[in-house]
Design a protein around this ligand. Structure first.
Ligand SMILES: *[C@@H]1O[C@H](CO)[C@@H](O)[C@H](O)[C@H]1NC(C)=O
Ligand SMILES: *[C@@H]1O[C@H](CO)[C@@H](O)[C@H](O)[C@H]1NC(C)=O
Ligand SMILES: *[C@@H]1O[C@H](CO)[C@@H](O)[C@H](O)[C@H]1NC(C)=O
Ligand SMILES: *[C@@H]1O[C@H](CO)[C@@H](O)[C@H](O)[C@H]1NC(C)=O
Ligand SMILES: *[C@@H]1O[C@H](CO)[C@@H](O)[C@H](O)[C@H]1NC(C)=O
Ligand SMILES: *[C@@H]1O[C@H](CO)[C@@H](O)[C@H](O)[C@H]1NC(C)=O
Length: 402
């Protein structure tokens, strides 16, 4: 199958040169690997990853500048790139944010292999469920496989909260489902969800979950939309407001209730032998430059934080503890959810955000133009960039750990 794809790609004019450079990259990769082998013969090596995943903490490591193997794809060549994340297209000149490799301390992260992933997704559904950060990771995943699939053999289809990318020859589906708080909320509309008053129906998840319960691989996240001191909880339903009871509750408490609703659903509805479950930990934001001794925020940052163990004040460790507790309890009930522990590694990447280099949905005001840091996006991530590495981690679990 891999051979066949290569032939199709070879006759597909515009891709030919990029395919050649890919071959060149692969060869470089082999040389680099060979260098590692001679340097670190005692370490766990690429390839024998089943062993790798049990012995090595992939999330503990450092960023290494690597303009030989990165980026893993070109921004302009990804058919489904989002204007929210296409930083180069919107004028960013310093492109080094695309060229960092994650180097775990005890082993090497297996290089992303689109063919191997698509093989593993044959006749399967991979569904990302969550907010715009998770959607960014989904776009990254689609871009990572996109150039390996000829135009006629892929499709994109959007239906309400669900967007489906299909690699038809593999009958493989890579989907995103919008549910920023996982449970039902007044922010569930995939387009119009910016409401001043945030309301969660903390015991209700069926409306969302029925769209993805039969998926083979599920990747969840939910963090950003909870960042406020209190949440309004709805007991009752959005459809019958006359019976509704609202109560303001401390956020952490509501977060835990929501995750328990989610975990109870998984315990009852998910087929444990078939479905693999992942939860992506908090995606850090870089909105306070004083945290790393920088300017206002991520605006004008061009390199990662070098201080080992850097942790910004925007990331709430208490929320991470709640997730850990809920996942631990699920495990005792026989349901394994692998945490993709990307918080620490992404904390370093203060320069990886779109900043001012993305599509602006509203025209900028004169005040904003005068002071660009006021409209910098220090939440999402440029592509190619940090989420590609999250997907290399995810892919390591999907492809190598059976
Ligand atoms: C996540 O990774 C960081 C860095 O290695 C580590 O300090 C932290 O304990 C990890 N958390 C979990 C839940 O694995
Ligand atoms: C890669 O980076 C090195 C060091 O920064 C630089 O000397 C070299 O020209 C770069 N190579 C490419 C292909 O950009
Ligand atoms: C990628 O995976 C395919 C299918 O498992 C395998 O045949 C190929 O050798 C892999 N490529 C690399 C560069 O490891
Ligand atoms: C295609 O994949 C879906 C899961 O996404 C599966 O239910 C279906 O059986 C597959 N079709 C074939 C012909 O295998
Ligand atoms: C869209 O999703 C609904 C269920 O939410 C389904 O009934 C309908 O058939 C879907 N439409 C298309 C065109 O896929
Ligand atoms: C769970 O999935 C496995 C593997 O796909 C399948 O053999 C089994 O019948 C499923 N169990 C239920 C209850 O659907």
């Amino acid at each position: 199958m891999a051979k066949k794809h290569q032939i199709v790609l070879g006759t597909w004019g515009s891709v030919r040169s990029s395919f050649r450079s890919l071959v060149a990259l692969l060869i470089t990769g082999l040389i680099i690997t060979a260098v590692y082998l001679t340097q670190d013969s005692g370490r766990v090596l690429e390839g024998r990853t089943n062993e790798l995943l049990s012995k090595c903490n992939l999330f503990s490591g450092k960023w290494v500048f690597d303009n030989q193997t990165y980026p893993l794809y070109k921004e302009q060549q990804c058919t489904f790139m989002s204007d929210q994340l296409a930083c180069e297209k919107f004028g960013r000149n310093d492109l080094s944010y695309q060229k960092w490799r994650w180097q775990p301390h005890q082993c090497n992260l297996p290089r992303f292999n689109a063919t191997a992933l698509l093989e593993r997704l044959r006749n399967r559904r991979l569904v990302f469920v969550g907010d715009s950060l998770n959607r960014g990771q989904w776009v990254s995943m689609v871009c990572l496989v996109d150039s390996w699939i000829p135009p006629k053999l892929k499709s994109m289809h959007s239906n309400g909260s669900l967007i489906t990318f299909k690699a038809t020859e593999f009958n493989a589906s890579i989907e995103f489902y919008w549910a920023p708080l996982l449970v039902e909320s007044n922010s569930d509309d995939p387009v119009n969800h910016r409401l001043p008053d945030r309301i969660v129906r903390v015991r209700a998840i069926e409306k969302h979950a029925r769209h993805w319960t039969d998926a083979d691989i599920l990747v969840f996240d939910s963090y950003l939309w909870w960042r406020r001191p209190r949440m309004k909880v709805l007991w009752g339903s959005f459809e019958s407001p006359e019976n509704a009871i609202y109560k303001e509750v401390e956020m952490l408490r509501v977060y835990e209730m929501a995750l328990r609703t989610w975990s109870d659903w998984l315990e009852v509805h998910v087929n444990r032998t078939k479905t693999r479950l992942f939860f992506v930990s908090m995606s850090p934001t870089h909105e306070r430059g004083e945290n790393w001794g920088g300017g206002e925020n991520c605006y004008k940052e061009t390199g990662p934080v070098v201080e080992e163990g850097y942790w910004g004040s925007d990331s709430d460790p208490k929320m991470m503890r709640v997730v850990e507790t809920v996942l631990d309890e699920l495990k005792t009930r026989g349901v394994n959810v692998q945490m993709l522990n990307i918080t620490q590694l992404s904390e370093y990447r203060k320069e990886g955000h779109p900043s001012i280099y993305r599509k602006q949905w509203e025209p900028l005001t004169e005040e904003q133009i005068a002071k660009p840091s006021t409209y910098a996006d220090c939440i999402h991530w440029c592509l190619p960039g940090v989420p590609d590495v999250w997907n290399e981690l995810l892919s390591a679990f999907i492809v190598h750990d059976q």
